[in-house]
Design a protein around this ligand. Structure first.
Ligand SMILES: Nc1ncnc2c1ncn2[C@@H]1O[C@H](COP(=O)(O)OP(=O)(O)OP(=O)(O)O)[C@@H](O)[C@H]1O
Length: 264
């Protein structure tokens, strides 16, 4: 049975000055889906995520969440339901890793702002799952880019969101951490029904983890649909202007993309 529609964007347009970054974007996001937002640099992926999570207001059009306009919810309701892992996250203040991950619980804390045993358990579990427990007492500004990215992901997971937005959230990670964290996110998606909306550049990872793909090109939806339908050579060639071959792997049964550039 098809899951309920959780979010909708209706004819979104967004201009930065006179530059259109999103044009006539209408989408439906179903509860519990794992959505990949794909497209070339500058195609509008970050802008779309920012509008969907309420950080940016569209120039026209609407975002609906559970059938109600996003703007009609208060900040607390949004903070308890949406978590965002941005592309670049600069923390310049020397907070410890534990303090940063604890910030993820802030929208859930009572009026006194004191974390309960349950809050602490969630924070420690998220640090462990993201492989940053050993750094709990370290100052975040002293960590590498990939380690910091894992801390920010742990903080987002500590928010226990209904929707997790990832904007190239694994771009700084080595291949092993990338797979581990995407597997962790996939488990949260499959077991706890967290809806995931992820801008991804790596098409092989997108093919592996997303059940639905939204391709953007120059701010417009160029193609969207289930991965089994739209993860194909024609669409990728049209959107990215690259020659590729997609083959089903004999052992894993998954689809892998090989680049076929003419190197002459
Ligand atoms: N703050 C801004 N002011 C003006 N123009 C902007 C701003 N942010 C983005 N843009 C422009 O809007 C368009 C979409 O940018 P966006 O960051 O959403 O693309 P993207 O698909 O996420 O790109 P990338 O893959 O490089 O991260 C681009 O042409 C970009 O130059």
């Amino acid at each position: 049975m098809e899951k309920a529609v959780l979010m909708q964007t209706e004819n979104l347009n967004l201009y930065y000055g006179k530059t259109p970054a999103l044009q006539a974007v209408s989408l439906s996001i179903r509860e519990g889906g794992f959505y990949g937002i794909l497209g070339p640099n500058g195609s509008g992926k970050t802008t779309l995520i920012s509008v969907m999570c309420g950080v940016l207001k569209p120039s026209s059009g609407r975002v609906l969440w559970n059938g109600r306009e996003l703007g009609s919810y208060n900040r607390g309701q949004i903070a308890r339901s949406f978590a965002v892992v941005p592309q670049d996250y600069a923390i310049n203040f020397p907070f410890t890793v534990l303090e940063v991950v604890m910030m993820g619980r802030k929208p859930h804390l009572g009026r006194l702002g004191r974390p309960s045993d349950e809050d602490l358990e969630i924070v420690y579990t998220c640090m462990e799952n993201c492989g940053v427990l050993d750094y709990a007492g370290k100052v975040i500004t002293n960590l590498s880019g990939g380690e910091r990215q894992r801390v920010i992901l742990a903080r987002a997971l500590a928010q226990t969101p209904q929707v997790l937005f990832l904007d190239e959230a694994t771009s700084n990670l080595d291949i092993s951490h990338k797979i581990e964290l995407l597997k962790l996110i996939k488990r949260l998606n499959a077991k706890q029904g967290v809806t995931v909306i992820a801008a991804l550049h790596d098409l092989n990872f997108a093919g592996m983890f997303c059940d639905y793909m939204i391709y953007l090109d120059k701010g417009r939806v160029a193609c969207e649909g289930p991965t089994a339908v739209v993860f194909n050579e024609e669409v990728i060639n049209r959107v990215f202007n690259v020659e590729v071959e997609i083959r089903k792997h004999a052992v894993t049964g998954r689809y892998n993309l090989a680049l076929l550039p003419d190197l002459r």
